[in-house]
Every structure is written in C-alpha cells, then in structure tokens.
Design a protein around this ligand. Structure first.
Ligand code: FES
Length: 109
C-alpha cells in the first residue's frame, strides 16, 4: 500500500515543451523538488544537492542521471543514489504520475 498522499505540483503541459528531457523545480508542501520528464517517464528528487547548495532541477540529464550544475556530482534519477563525487549522500526520491493534465508527487512527509 502506498504511504502518503498525491499532491499536484505542475501542469503536465509545462513538461511537453521542447521535446527532449526537461527538468523543473516545483514546490510541494513548502519543500523544493526537482521533477524531470525523460521520454514518457517522470522522476522526482529533492531539488537541493546533498553536497552544497545547488539546484538539481537546473542540471543536465544523461543516461538516467542528473548532473549537479555546481560541481558535477551525478545522481541516479530512480533511486537518488550518488553516481559521481564530490557528493557522498543520496537525495530522496518520490513517486510521480501524470493524471488529469497534472503532474502529481506522492508526498510522504
Ligand atoms: S553542490 Fe552539487 S556537487 Fe557540489
């Protein structure tokens, strides 16, 4: 059974511009999250890097990872695990879905 509640965080249409992968910062209950759309898949992670202050939503996406724009640490989009230094701590990830024209995050806090 799913823990938490689904919270609408963005219009799905805002992830349709461009065509390639897209990342966006959203707010959920006062917390900043980074939501990415890669193909038909959505991913949601904490927006703030676990190394220092930087916004992962502004990072490049490649091969299932997001690159922190400040020092280049890589985080797995599915798990939040660190795939490249200097960060050593993972970031939290959240379930995401698109429904009724909106993007929803399963919020468990
Ligand atoms: S702030 Fe993200 S790797 Fe340093």
């Amino acid at each position: 059974m799913e823990e938490g509640r689904w919270v609408p965080v963005a219009e799905a249409s805002s992830f349709r511009q461009g065509g390639g992968s897209i990342g966006m910062a959203v707010e959920c209950d006062g917390c900043l999250l980074a939501v990415f759309r890669v193909g038909d898949d959505y991913f949601a992670l904490d927006d703030i890097c676990s190394h220092e202050y930087s916004r992962l939503s502004e990072g490049e996406i490649l091969d299932g990872e997001v690159y922190c724009p400040k020092h280049g640490s890589r985080f797995d989009l599915r798990t939040g695990e660190v795939r490249g230094l200097p960060a050593t701590r993972p970031v939290s990830t959240y379930a995401v879905k698109e429904e009724d024209g909106k993007v929803w995050v399963l919020w468990d806090r």
